[in-house]
Design a protein around this ligand. Structure first.
Ligand code: PMP
Length: 360
C-alpha cells in the first residue's frame, strides 16, 4: 500500500491503562483514574437526567451546524454564531487547523512541554516543528517564541492554562505577544482548562479575538463540563477565519447526544461553580502535601497538578498503579521527576496522597 511516508515510525496516541485493565492486572476492585483531567464530579445533573430520558432519534444525521448549541454558546460568549466552529473534542479542531494550515512548505511554533497533539498533527502534515522550551519556572518563553517565527510560519500554538504544567499566560503578556506576531500567522490560544482559572492576571483571552484578526481560541466541554465522552469542543475566531476552516470540518462531526448535552451543560453554570470550588480545595490538599514533604508542586490554574517525586516518576506512577491509582508520569510528558495528577474528589485525593506517601 502507498502509505503517506510521514506515517513511518509514528505511533497512535497511547491513552494509558484503562480502569478495567488495571483491575485485572493487579486484582483490585476499586480503581481511581486521575490521569486524563476529566471531571471527578461527573457532569450537570440536568445532563444526567436528559441522558436517561432522551429517546433521541438515532437514524437521522444530527444537525451538522449544531444550531441550538451554536446559538446558546454565541449568547453566552457574546460573539456571532458565525464566529464558532465545533469539533469532536478540541482534538478534532487541532486536526482541522493542522490540515488547513500546515504543509511541508511551512513551519509551526509551539511551547514544550505542552499538549502533544499540536506536534503530532504537524508531523503528519510534514510541517517543520519549532518547539520552544518553557522557562525553568514552567512559564511560556514568549520572547523566544517570537524569535522562532518567520515568513514561513503559519501557526503558533499557545496553551493557557498549559497542559501538563498548569500555568497561565498573563493577559498583558499574551496581548503584547500577539501585537508583535506578524498578521500572516494564526495564533491558537488553547483554553481547554479555561473554566478552572481563578488568577485574575489571566483576564479572558477571548477579548483578543475582537482586536486581532489572527487569533483563534479553543475551548471544550470535556473538562469542567464533564462531557469528555461526548467529544464536543469549539473554536472562537473572526468570521473570516472560521469560514476558511469550515470546509475542512467533516459534515456531521459532532453527534446529536453531544450537542444536546453540551447545550444543557452550558445552561447549568451552578455545576461549573461547584466543580471549580471543589477543584480549588483539591489543589490545596496537594499543595499542603507538597509543603509537608518539601516537594515542588507549582501553582496550577487547571484541574491537575504537577507533583515532584523523589526518584523516577515512571517508577512512582507504576507503584501508584499497583495501589489502584492511575496518574501520568511526567517522564513521558516532558516534565521528568513529576507526576501529573488530575484533581479528584476529596476522598480520591486523600487516598492518592496516602498511597503516594508510601511510594515517595
Ligand atoms: N487541549 C488541551 C490542552 C488538552 O489538555 C486536551 C485534552 N487532554 C485537549 C485539548 C483535547 O480535549 P478534547 O478533545 O477532549 O476537547
Amino acid at each position: 500500500m502507498k502509505w503517506n511516508p510521514r506515517l513511518e515510525g509514528m505511533r497512535a496516541y497511547e491513552p494509558g491503562k484503562t480502569i478495567g485493565e488495571v483491575k485485572k492486572e493487579f486484582g483490585l476492585s476499586r480503581i481511581v483514574k486521575l490521569a486524563s483531567n476529566e471531571n471527578p464530579f461527573g457532569c450537570s445533573p440536568e445532563v444526567k437526567k436528559f441522558i436517561t430520558q432522551a429517546g433521541l432519534e438515532t437514524a437521522l444525521y444530527p444537525d451538522g451546524y449544531a444550531t441550538e448549541l451554536r446559538e446558546a454558546l454565541s449568547d453566552k460568549l457574546g460573539v456571532s454564531p458565525r464566529q464558532l466552529l465545533f469539533g469532536g473534542g478540541s482534538d478534532e479542531l487541532i486536526v482541522i487547523l493542522s490540515r488547513a494550515l500546515l504543509s511541508e512548505s511551512n513551519n509551526t511554533v509551539m511551547p514544550w512541554p505542552s499538549f502533544p497533539q499540536y506536534r503530532h498533527n504537524a508531523r503528519i502534515q510534514g510541517a517543520e516543528i519549532r518547539e520552544v522550551p518553557l522557562r525553568k519556572d514552567f512559564s511560556h518563553d514568549l520572547d523566544c517564541m517570537l524569535k522562532a517565527i518567520d515568513e514561513n510560519t503559519s501557526l503558533v500554538w499557545l496553551c493557557t492554562p498549559n497542559n501538563p504544567t498548569g500555568g497561565i499566560i498573563p493577559h498583558e503578556e499574551l496581548e503584547a505577544f500577539i501585537r508583535k506576531v506578524p498578521e500572516h500567522v494564526l495564533v491558537i490560544v488553547d483554553n481547554a482548562y479555561h473554566e478552572f482559572v481563578t488568577d485574575r492576571a489571566y483576564g479572558d483571552p477571548l477579548n483578543l479575538v475582537e482586536e486581532f484578526p489572527n487569533v483563534l481560541v479553543l475551548r471544550t466541554f470535556s473538562k469542567a463540563y464533564g462531557l469528555a465522552a461526548f467529544r464536543v469542543g469549539y473554536a472562537i475566531g473572526r468570521e473570516e477565519v472560521i469560514t476558511k476552516l469550515d470546509p475542512v470540518r467533516p459534515p456531521f462531526n459532532t453527534n446529536l447526544l453531544g450537542q444536546q448535552a453540551a447545550a444543557l451543560a452550558l445552561a447549568d453554570q451552578a455545576f461549573i461553580g461547584s466543580t471549580t470550588k471543589q477543584n480549588e480545595s483539591g489543589k490545596a490538599q496537594y499543595a499542603r502535601f507538597a509543603e509537608k514533604h518539601g516537594l515542588n508542586c507549582p501553582r496550577s490554574e487547571a484541574n491537575f497538578v504537577l507533583m515532584e517525586v523523589r526518584g523516577s516518576a515512571d517508577a512512582a506512577a507504576d507503584e501508584l498503579l499497583k495501589r489502584g491509582y492511575i496518574v501520568r508520569s511526567g517522564d513521558k510528558l516532558g516534565t521528568p521527576g513529576y507526576l501529573r495528577i488530575t484533581v479528584g474528589t476529596r476522598e480520591d485525593n486523600e487516598g492518592l496522597l496516602a498511597a503516594l506517601e508510601e511510594v515517595l
